[in-house]
Write a protein that binds this ligand. Sequence first.
Ligand SMILES: [Zn+2]
Length: 385
Amino acid sequence: MGERRHTRRRRTKVLVSILLAALIGCAGGENDAAAADTPRKPTVYLTFDDGPSPVTDRVLAILREEEVKATFFVVGAQAEKYPERLRQIAEQGHAIGNHSYNHKYEELYGDFKSFAAQVVRTNQILQKKANVTTRLVRAPGGTFGNFDSVYFNALQAAGYIVFDWHVDSGDAKRLNVPAKEIAANVLNAKLLPEMIVLLHDGGSHKETAAALPQIIKHYKKHGYQFAVLSDKVKPHTFRLAPTLKWKRAKPSPEQAVAWLGGKNAALPKQAAGTQPQPPNEPAQPTEPAQPTEPAQPEPAEASTNITLREWVTDTGGSVSWDPNQGIVFAFVQGFELHLIPQSTQVEVIDPDGAARILNVQLTWQNGVVKLPADALDQLLAPSAG
Ligand SMILES: [Zn+2]
C-alpha cells in the first residue's frame, strides 16, 4: 500500500496541537474520556480452544477447585461428539465461544462462505446441544494473516465479537509441549491490566491441564481477578496483516453478512429493547434519506463530530481508500490510521511502528466518516507501550 508513513513535520505538529486544542475546546472541555478507563482490579481471561474433549474434564475440575471462570472456544464437531462436556462447561458458569466447525484452515480461509457456514453451523450445535447462544468467535490460528476486512466487518455486522489473545501459552506449538514449558511461557509474559491467555483443551492437551494450577496461582499472586469474555469486555484482535496467508475471492459486504445469517444474526433474539444501545448498529440509513439531517439515530448532541477527511487534510495529512483491502488509510503526524467501513475500531500505528486498536465513536454515512472531536487526542496519543 504505497508509503507506510509520512515524514513528520515539526511545524505541522505544533499547528496540529493548537488545532486539536481548539477542537477539543469546542467540544465543551469534556476531557473525561480518560475517566472511563479508571484502573480497576487487573483481570485475566483464560481461554481454552479446540475442545470439548476428555481433557476438558480435568480443566473443569481445576477451575472449580480454584474457583475461577474461563472461556471455552469450542469446535462444533467436538461439541457434537461430547455434548455432555459442553453442557458441563456452561453449567459451571464458564463462557462458550465459537471456534468453527472443523478447524480446517484451508476451508475456513480458502473462502469466506465456508468460514461463515462453519460459524453458523457451530452456533446451531451449541444452541441445540447445550442451549447456549454465543456471540464470541475465535479464529482458528488467530486472525493475523487469516482475516481480512471482509471477515472482520461481516462478523461485526452479524453481531459477533472476535477475540484474539495477548499471551500465547505455547501449548500448541508442537505436540506434547511439557507442562513446565507451558507454565513458563505464561509466567514470563508481561503483565497487563487486562489480558487474554490462549490455552487449549483439545484431546492432545493433557499437559495444559497439568500446567493450569501453576498458571492460576501466578495470576492470583499478582492480584488478578478471573473473568469470562463477553460483549462487555474490550475487544482485542490482532492488527490486519499487510499480506494474507491465503488467496481468495472477495465477496461483497452484503453477501458476506448474508452468509452469516444477516445483520445482527448473532444477537439474542428476545428483548431487543432492553439493551440501550446495540453495539453493532452501523449507520445504514433504511429510510429515504432526509434532505438535511443525516439519518443517524442518536449520537447524543453529536454536534462535536467532525469529518475525518476535514481533520486529516487540515492537519497536513492524507486520507486514502484501499479498495483491495477495504480499508480507509489516514496518515497524520507520522501516525497511520486504518479504518474499516461501518466499524468503530481504528487501528493506530504509531510513528515508532507500535500498533494498537482503539474503539472510537465513528459514524459512517454515504462515504463520509465522522468522529467526535475529543477522540482525536486519543487517536494520536503515544501508545502505552
Ligand atoms: Zn484452535
